[in-house]
Design a protein around this ligand. Structure first.
Ligand SMILES: Cc1cc2nc3c(=O)[nH]c(=O)nc-3n(C[C@H](O)[C@H](O)[C@H](O)COP(=O)(O)OP(=O)(O)OC[C@H]3O[C@@H](n4cnc5c(N)ncnc54)[C@H](O)[C@@H]3O)c2cc1C
Length: 447
């Protein structure tokens, strides 16, 4: 006989099978609960499909920092490749914009940095454990996995503040000059004045394969996956009814992890979530170096970006993801080739895609790297779900027992998904949280 209390098993429905929902479902299933994951698509095929694959421990300085206010006059011209906005959207959502900008204070930036750092470190550690458990070590690039590059002295000088905040919260990074950049990444043209390498940041060669691997662990441990659209949510004494196109699913708890669609779903229950969508695009280019045999073990078929006609994967001529700070784009070596990703497009979630930014990104990227032929016919588009304080919401919904929120992971959802899952599971299990949950709690907003 032990004095351990018996583990209480709960039935839990997780809505949304992006990396955030899959990680939450996996953790809760491993805890011993009975979990059903619902997504209208194959899991991991929305925003979690097309990101730059960075598993960051260093992305602590949020976009709405004091420097954003100084940059506003230039950004308002709407010519920056890093940020484009639809003026009508901004006018329609002026409340969100003003609240987002109201967080551009040093104290907010510091609070966000400390909070994000705790979640990022927890997450990276858990990613490494799950990657090992799933036996997909071939997807992981350990350390040195994020290289921020500056073309000019002035832009590097502007980065000083971010470096000081990173240092304060324990991020390890190294600054390199032009010649050192050439030695680290010989395929880059010598256009960069300085580079900042995040020493402990990791990255993956395929975010989709990573989600698939976590999903396979979830299923192997007894989790159920349902492919259907959620169209309604209601609650009574018997628990939650999740109304889907294929019928009604009943459970004691519901986790809402539907990324950019979470605000709409929470809205069905009367919550007014301060969320907007920072849309972003990608395109792949074949590597200029010969195939050295790195290949995908699972399905990386493009979910919406085009035909992905070229299925022969090559090892890219870049050894880690880079971010060109002035150019406002990233290039990440992926199983499909070099993935160029664009910055932020602030517009309606479902507005037709506008490929101007990604085309410009590809053109700017070709100044830095020799890009081979384009892999897809059409760019892919994703939606980063962003809350006004640039922190995700992880915790109990204020007015509904058994409803849990886990969304708003903006630019770093791939990085933060496992830590968010650990935090959420501790709250659902009523066990000690692994980090301070207060910065992420839902009740920080009156919604
Ligand atoms: C260009 C770009 C580059 C990025 N680079 C990085 C990076 O390098 N590192 C990093 O950490 N992050 C990065 N991000 C951010 C990251 O991709 C996101 O934060 C993350 O994917 C969000 O995951 P999610 O699970 O919350 O949302 P999603 O992946 O969008 O998943 C939400 C899921 O909910 C489902 N859903 C929605 N509504 C319903 C419904 N009614 N019924 C059923 N299912 C529903 C959708 O089908 C979808 O699968 C990047 C994003 C972009 C756009």
């Amino acid at each position: 006989m032990t004095n351990q209390p018996a583990k209480i098993k709960k039935s839990i429905t997780v809505i949304g099978g992006g990396i955030v929902g899959v990680a939450a479902a996996l953790k809760l299933q491993l805890d011993g609960h009975k979990v059903r994951l619902i997504d209208r698509k194959e899991p991991g095929r929305e925003t979690s499909y097309g990101n730059a694959g960075v598993l960051s421990d260093s992305s602590v300085y949020v976009l709405n920092n004091p420097g954003l206010l100084k940059a506003l006059p230039r950004l308002l011209l709407n010519r920056s490749n890093g940020l484009r906005y639809n003026p009508l959207f901004v006018l329609r959502r002026i409340g969100w914009v003003m609240r987002f900008l109201s967080h551009c204070r040093p104290s907010n930036a510091r609070h966000a940095a400390v909070s994000l750092r705790s979640l990022l470190v927890l997450s990276l550690d858990q990613h490494k454990k799950w990657i090992k458990d799933a036996d997909v070590g071939h997807l992981l690039r350990q350390g040195g996995g994020w290289f921020k590059l500056f073309r000019s002295k002035e832009s590097f000088a502007r980065y000083n503040k971010e470096m000081s905040v990173m240092r304060d919260v324990g991020v390890k990074f190294t600054v390199f000059d032009r010649e050192q950049i050439r030695q680290i990444e010989p395929s880059l043209a010598p256009i960069y004045y300085k580079g900042v390498l995040m020493d402990e940041t990791c990255s993956v060669f395929s975010p989709a394969d990573l989600t698939d691997a976590y999903l396979a662990m979830f299923v192997a441990s007894g989790g159920a996956v349902e492919r259907t659209s959620v169209i309604g949510l209601s609650h009574d004494d018997s628990g939650w009814q999740v109304r889907c196109e294929n019928g009604v699913h009943q459970s004691e708890n519901v986790v809402l992890a539907a990324g950019a669609w979470s605000a709409e779903i929470a809205g069905w229950l009367g919550y007014d979530i301060p969320m907007a969508w920072e849309r972003g695009y990608h395109l792949h280019f074949k590597s200029q170096t010969p195939d050295t045999g790195v290949s995908s073990r699972t399905n990386t078929a493009d979910p919406g970006g085009g035909d992905n006609q070229n299925k022969s994967f090559t090892k890219p001529n870049l050894s880690r993801p880079i971010l060109d700070v002035e150019g406002g784009f990233s290039v990440a070596p992926m199983l499909q080739g070099l993935r160029v990703t664009s910055g932020v497009e602030l517009t309606d979630r479902d507005a037709p895609p506008n490929f101007e930014q990604i085309s410009k990104s590809a053109s700017l990227a070709s100044e830095a790297l020799q890009l081979g032929s384009q892999v897809e016919n059409k760019p892919w588009m994703g939606r980063r779900p962003t809350l006004v304080d640039s922190l995700p919401m992880i915790g109990a919904a204020p007015r509904h027992k058994g409803l849990w929120f886990n969304f708003g992971h903006h630019h770093i959802g791939l990085s933060m998904a496992p830590g968010s899952a650990l935090l959420l599971s501790s709250l659902i299990n009523d066990s000690p949280p692994p980090i301070d949950p207060s910065p992420f709690q839902v009740s920080r907003f009156f919604i």
